[in-house]
Design a protein around this ligand. Structure first.
Ligand code: NAD
Ligand code: HSE
Ligand code: NA
Length: 447
């Protein structure tokens, strides 16, 4: 290891004894939680990677913000670090660019440069892919380069490769996922202990699950980016973050969780992408009640799981760690092996598949069931008046439960399937009624 290069695979022959290809050189952009583990795995697995790829992988350089930072004895020389990511990407001796920095810019500029010049890209950047994947895919097509991003959705879980390869002979009808570990930890805590949102968030922060600024997680932005990527792959249609309806979990209360439990349900932040009866697709992220018998209901702690339904395959469940340095680096390394093999055999995987170009329907057209909790005056005619509002908007009521509270009552209404637009109009009218003191909560119910 000298001259600012780190040879993480020193063998010149594969284990099988076949002549090895020249070393493939990697530019690593970012060396934080994920990048550090990528370096460690490249080093520790060097011999196996060389055997599996047919060439050693060499780190040409690592771009970071602060080269002097203590990185806990990573097995690379100090000279390998640079603060010039674009300069590193442009180097002639780089074959593969791994981007684990995140954010839209300057990451987009680096990756477009890499792809246009024919360098393979492996990235974990869900925000960029969901916001402007089209630009990356176009650059990959232009440069004849590979763009792989298994780590971007559900971390270690092999999910994107199955969607874009294994299931390409089938017709996916629906993808329902828990794709954010932080919010799953918080909601699981609320469901098992009865804690409120703030208390559960504090625990998630103390345990290192939630970041100092948890907005991207608790407001559903992280899950919405993943929903866009999943919907794009599942339906061969370009779906961006802007197409995804998003609601976070900050408004979920202990009372919602108790109400869900009374119905035999738990509350989860779901990412749902499905085909609709009229030939479109929907993509949404919101908290929802799901029956405890649903395969996703038992996904606890900070785990992720994605439930895929396809016409021929039926129901498939993918489960595992969606975050963390090592699990995410595992997915990155899997992609590195794939793109490295392609380089050696002179091939490139098929790029973006968006031929179906289905209409992404607005949330108002989404059809689902709802759980509505109302604080109302406890007097004659209230139930009839409330039921009348539902009927007026063609929202059919499935069950009603009333409990007394002094002069007031709490009405919990569960509807049959209705459009989101009809439900929103119903709720708006309920809010305007004098006898309705408060619409305490509205939550979707998925089955
Ligand atoms: N941490 C996880 O569990 C996880 C899971 C899945 C995907 N991801 C994704 O992986 C990526 C990296 O996440 P992370 O948790 O490792 O982040 P991190 O903050 O720990 O590391 C970011 C790294 O990027 C470097 N960096 C930032 N701006 C830079 C710049 N302008 N120039 C050069 N270097 C710069 C920093 O120095 C740091 O080394 C993100 O896209 C994230 O969404 C993370
Ligand atoms: N913040 C994300 C990391 C993985 O994208 C989570 O909590 O799941
Ligand atoms: Na994954």
């Amino acid at each position: 290891m000298s001259n600012g290069k780190s040879s993480v695979g020193s063998d010149t022959t594969t284990r099988a004894g076949a002549p090895a290809h020249r070393p493939l050189r990697v530019a690593l952009l970012g060396c934080g939680v994920v990048g550090g583990e990528v370096v460690r795995l490249l080093h520790e697995q060097a011999e196996d990677l060389t055997a599996r790829i047919g060439a050693p992988i060499e780190i040409a350089g690592i771009a970071v913000r602060r080269p002097q930072r203590d990185r806990g004895g990573l097995p690379v020389p100090a000279a390998i670090f640079t603060t010039d990511p674009l300069g590193l990407v442009k180097r002639d001796d780089v074959d593969i660019v791994i981007e684990v920095v995140g954010g839209i810019e300057p990451a987009r500029t680096w990756l477009v440069e890499a792809l246009r010049s024919g360098k393979s890209v492996v990235t974990a950047n869900k925000a960029l892919l969901a916001e402007d994947g089209a630009t990356l895919h176009a650059a990959a097509a232009e440069g004849g380069a590979d763009l792989y991003y298994e780590a971007a959705v559900a971390g270690a879980i092999p999910l994107l490769r199955p969607l874009r390869e294994s299931l390409h002979g089938d017709r996916i009808t629906r993808v329902t996922g828990i794709v954010n570990g932080t919010t799953n930890f918080i909601l699981s805590k609320m469901c098992t202990t009865g804690a409120g949102f703030s208390e559960a968030l504090d625990e998630a922060t103390a345990l290192g699950y939630a970041e100092a600024d948890p907005t991207a997680d608790v407001e559903g932005f992280d899950a919405a980016a993943k929903a866009a990527i999943l919907a794009s792959l599942a339906f061969h249609t370009r779906v961006t973050a802007a197409d995804v309806y998003r609601e976070g979990i900050t408004e979920v209360t202990a009372a919602d969780v108790a109400s869900a439990a009374a119905m035999g349900c738990v509350v989860k932040l779901l990412c749902i992408a499905d085909r609709t009866a009229d030939g479109g697709v929907t993509a949404r992220v919101h908290p929802a009640m799901i029956p405890t018998s649903h395969p996703l209901a038992s996904v606890g702690d900070a785990f992720n799981a994605v439930f895929v339904e396809a016409e021929a395959a039926g129901q498939l469940m993918f489960y595992g760690r969606g975050a963390g340095g090592a699990p995410t680096a595992s997915a990155v390394l899997g992609d590195v092996v794939a793109v490295a093999r392609n380089r050696i055999s002179g091939t490139v995987s098929r790029g973006e598949s968006s031929y179906a170009d289905l209409r992404v329907q607005p949330m108002g057209e989404v059809v689902t069931r709802y759980h509505i909790s109302l604080d109302v005056a406890d007097k004659a005619g209230v139930l009839a008046a409330v039921a009348g509002v539902f009927a007026q908007h063609a929202v059919s009521i499935s069950t009603v439960k009333q409990s007394g509270r002094g002069n007031d009552a709490v009405l919990v209404i569960v509807t049959h399937a209705a459009t989101d637009a009809a439900l929103a109009a119903t709720v708006a009218e309920l809010r305007s009624m004098d006898m309705v003191r408060e619409v305490a909560s509205v939550m979707r119910v998925e089955s």
